[in-house]
Every structure is written in structure tokens, then in C-alpha cells.
Design a protein around this ligand. Structure first.
Ligand SMILES: [Zn+2]
Ligand SMILES: [Zn+2]
Length: 170
């Protein structure tokens, strides 16, 4: 007997498959739009079409300071972030039909950043399912989703398909 994948695993697998298209060496993010049990869109983070991407022009890095939990103590740490790419969630919204987003679910490999969370909150979707946490914007994300009545779930025990996660620099 082979075990059949449940829907959450199935669609998050597809988000991870989409993420393998990303050319950014810092972060590979994928997202899919699901209405009912139907896949209506897939996207990953990348530079605008026709413009050199991270693999051609290098990542466009900015440095920022953020609070991070280190062994139970809050510390200010310096982080680098690539701003060359349009985020997967933003590309998903650019390339899907507003009608298709009504009461739909977004499966995304990573917990959305603050900007993406705001855009998703205004997009008609009713649920976000993600795998990897993104501590930086996590509190803001959760508050916003609660205010908007959008369900959000992290699949903690989920394991991405073999070969879909590549080493990225942090
Ligand atoms: Zn990059
Ligand atoms: Zn984002």
C-alpha cells in the first residue's frame, strides 16, 4: 500500500516545486493559489521579466538591523536581504485573476513578509498555509491575519520533496 498525499502536502509540494525556478541565491520562495481543490496559479520570487536576475547580475543586497532571539535573549543582529526580486506572493497576485482569488487558499513555502502579508490580506483569499517560519515579521503577520479573519496555518511536520530545497546564503 502506498500512502496517498493529503491535500496540504500536495499543494505545499507544488509551492516547493515552483520555488526551484527561483534564481536568487539568498532565498527560494514558491507560492500557489488554490480554489476548492483546484490549482489556479503558481509563482516564485524573481526579477521582473526581461531584466537580469540574481544569477546574472548578482543579488541586490541591503543591510538591515533586526531583533532576533538568541538563546532566549533579544539581540540586535545585522542581516542582509536581497531586494532584486519580486516576492513569490506578489508575482502570484500579478499573474492570477481577481475572481480566482475570491475565497481561495495560498500555499507558500515561507511565512510571508510584512508587505506580502498586506497584499494577500487585500486580495480576497481566506487562508494562508506555509512551512518555514519568518520570525522577523511573524508577530505583525499574525495580528493582521487575525484582524482580517484570514486563517493561517504552519505545517510544522511537513517535509519538502527531495531536491526542492537548495542551500541558500543567509
Ligand atoms: Zn537575489
Ligand atoms: Zn514578501
Amino acid at each position: 500500500m502506498t500512502t496517498r498525499k493529503d491535500w496540504d502536502t500536495y499543494f505545499l509540494d507544488m509551492a516547493y516545486m515552483a520555488s526551484t525556478r527561483s534564481r536568487c541565491s539568498r532565498r527560494h520562495v514558491g507560492a500557489v493559489l488554490v480554489q476548492g481543490k483546484k490549482l489556479l496559479g503558481a509563482a516564485y520570487n524573481g526579477a521582473p521579466m526581461g531584466v537580469p536576475d540574481c544569477s546574472e547580475a548578482g543579488c541586490m543586497l541591503v543591510e538591515e538591523y533586526e531583533l532576533a532571539d538568541q538563546d532566549g535573549a533579544e539581540q540586535v543582529v545585522k542581516k542582509q536581504r536581497c531586494i532584486r526580486t519580486i516576492h513569490a506572493e506578489q508575482n502570484l497576485l500579478l499573474f492570477t485573476d481577481p475572481k480566482d482569488r475570491e475565497r481561495s487558499v495560498v500555499y507558500v513555502t515561507d511565512q510571508p513578509c510584512w508587505t506580502c502579508a498586506n497584499m494577500l490580506a487585500n486580495s480576497g483569499i481566506i487562508e494562508i498555509v506555509y512551512h518555514r517560519p519568518y520570525p522577523k515579521d511573524s508577530d505583525k503577520f499574525k495580528t493582521l491575519m487575525q484582524q482580517k479573519g484570514i486563517t493561517f496555518r504552519r505545517l510544522e511536520t511537513y517535509e519538502p520533496p527531495v531536491g526542492t530545497v537548495s542551500e541558500v546564503q543567509n
